[in-house]
Design a protein around this ligand. Structure first.
Ligand code: PLP
Length: 359
């Protein structure tokens, strides 16, 4: 791909000079390219970070035809930078595009765009413990039309911004509310795609339970409201007897997390067994009460591993034996050691970006 790199504008800021806030602080540059029926993907550019300007009738603003991704760049001890399994995020971006009747990107070109952007913005990859540069690829429908059909034009862009550690003081547990009022996604729906509407649909319930002391909502399957699916924007896992890790099997309504997959692959090498299963909520709650389930944790790029201390359901709190527990701590350390390049990567999960001037 031929990426034109435009010079920085007068508003460019010195990297990491000020205190940054995840999701609100962005780097000086962004990537963008356009798709049209006549030209396909074209005009790939890295430009100064800028506002986008849209006609009020632009399709994405009405019918939500949009997708996104979330991945990170990590500062290695040698000063270079690691991406973690960026190929999986790219493949998922294209699966999301397919589900939302959008145009796929060339995976090589998408990855090249991320690498070129991170290399240009390398000074924005922070050095602190647990810090990283968050990367947010996005695609939106840009046709100006209220007609309900797949857009005939798209904008693909990538923004990046520094992120602090999800947990500033060790692995702090989250409390989870199990809802049977609403559902997040249905089989055959869009739950397996990273598309805005899924998250919009989750807000009402997550806002309602926040003042009750729960930071996240656990979603059940939409049909029987009986099986455990996901927690917030994370997958969920349960530890039996400190040894066996179980996560809900992919049902078509669960987002296929890269962290989830990494835990499944890593667990056996750390001395655990791991499996995917259809998990009934009743069984899970019973096993938390009896202590057979020793730990519960969420998995996702943002937190890596988020220990859960209790599940609230039908007016009762089910308190998890260990939060954080030894398995969560072990997995967190093993995964982040690979991500940051502190440990060897026998799985081929990392992509090293060489930073100019670092030997
Ligand atoms: C992104 C996401 C996850 C976690 O995926 P990772 O690839 O591990 O970051 C899980 N569930 C939902 C709903 C998500 O949006």
């Amino acid at each position: 791909m031929n990426i034109t790199i435009e010079p920085l504008g007068p508003n460019a800021r010195a990297p990491l000079a000020e205190k940054f806030v995840f999701g609100k602080t962005f780097t000086n540059r962004m990537f963008m390219q356009h798709w049209s029926e006549e030209r396909g993907w074209h005009d790939a550019r890295i430009v100064p970070y800028q506002s986008l300007c849209f006609d009020p009738a632009t399709a994405v603003l009405h019918y939500g035809q949009e997708i996104f991704e979330g991945t990170k760049a990590y500062r290695r001890p040698d000063g270079h930078i690691n991406l973690f399994r960026p190929w999986e995020n790219t493949a998922r971006f294209n699966r999301s595009a397919e589900r939302m009747a959008m145009q796929k990107v060339d995976p090589e070109a998408h990855l090249e765009a991320i690498i070129t952007l991170v290399r240009l913005e390398h000074e924005w990859v922070p050095y602190g413990e647990g810090e990283s540069l968050y990367i947010r690829p996005t695609m939106i429908a840009t046709e100006v039309s209220l007609g309900l059909h797949a857009s005939r034009s798209y904008l693909h862009y990538i923004i990046t911004g520094p992120a602090g550690p999800y947990f500033s003081a060790g692995l702090k547990p989250i409390s989870v509310f199990v809802t049977d009022r609403y559902v997040r996604a249905v089989r055959g729906g869009t739950g397996a795609a990273k598309t805005g509407g899924n998250y919009a649909a989750s807000l009402l319930e997550s806002e309602r339970v926040k003042p009750l002391g729960y930071q996240q909502v656990l979603w059940l399957d939409a049909i029987e409201r009986k099986y455990v699916e996901e927690v917030g924007a994370m997958n969920i896992a349960f530890v039996y007897g400190g040894k066996h890790i179980v996560t809900p099997e992919l049902s078509g309504s669960i987002l296929e997390g890269v962290t989830r997959d990494s835990v499944l692959k890593l667990a056996p090498d750390l001395g655990y067994t791991a499996s995917e299963a259809r998990l009934a909520l009743d069984d899970v709650l019973r096993d938390i009460e009896s202590g057979e389930i020793t730990e519960v944790f969420g998995t996702g790029t943002a937190a890596v591993i988020a220990p859960v201390d209790k599940l609230g359901y039908c007016g009762k709190d089910y308190v998890v034996r260990f939060a954080p527990g030894p398995v969560a701590a072990h997995l967190y350390k093993a995964l982040t050691d690979i991500q940051y390049g502190r440990a060897p990567d026998p799985y081929g999960w990392t992509y090293k970006i060489e930073v100019p001037g670092v030997s």
